[in-house]
Design a protein around this ligand. Sequence first.
Ligand code: L5W
Ligand code: ZN
Length: 278
Amino acid sequence: MFTYDAPTGSLFTSNSASFKKDYDRAAVDAHYNSETVYHYYLDEHGRNSLDDKGMAINSYVHYGTNYNNAFWDGQQMTYGDGDGSYMISLSAGLDVAAHEMTHGVTTNTANLQYRFEPGALNEAFSDIFGALIDDANWEIGEDIMGPGAKADGRESLRSLSDPSKYPVGAAYVPYGNGKGKYPAHMNEFYDLPRNLDNGGVHINSSIINHAAYTTAQDIGREKLGKIYYRALTVYLTPTSDFSDARKAIIQSAVDLYGDGSSEAAAAANGFNKVGILE
Ligand code: L5W
Ligand code: ZN
């Protein structure tokens, strides 16, 4: 685990030895949260780091100015500080770290293409493991929203339990059913072009998010994680679509818990709920 100061590119150090300065907080959070995520994958799935070969986990904090985002660039995590109104330091969110690091797991396994349905699956796996690892709720980003966002009723970025409680960006609205909310069912799918959110990777992901949430209501978080991890690492491929995901996830449940098991039924029930029927 290595945590760097993005502006200087140097490994994070602290004069005070105890990392108590305000500027240190983002680094301490990133470091601590990446340890938690590393341990989830190791303890729960026997996975040794993002590549399962013990690769170093590198995080960069204090990226940019007022930057309301965080990303995995194929090799490492980078976190902005937020603008202080819409978002605060993004490394404060365990679900954000888990989301980004899961992109690293996906890159090394299914390697889902980051566009259209494969891209929405890629995003959904990041949100689902984000919500499983930061397990207090089914929201993403609740610990990084700033006072301005909260004043507008934006308590988190996305909700797996109730995707439609939040609006999508204005540019996406014409491509949906007109309501302008995150979709929770295929009949609310956004038919977006590649130049808008890579064809809806952060929007249509909510449909898969909600399928996973529904399944977890039946079988609990732990079994959901086992089933989805197996699908991601054994069955899915770069071009898998939502229909392939249904098959992969049901098959994974059958492999782990048996044909005719209540877990396999719960996996199917999640996809039925969101209108992915075959
Ligand atoms: C917020 C920072 C990155 C949004 N990445 C995302 O693809 C984000 C997860 C939490 O959606
Ligand atoms: Zn993402």
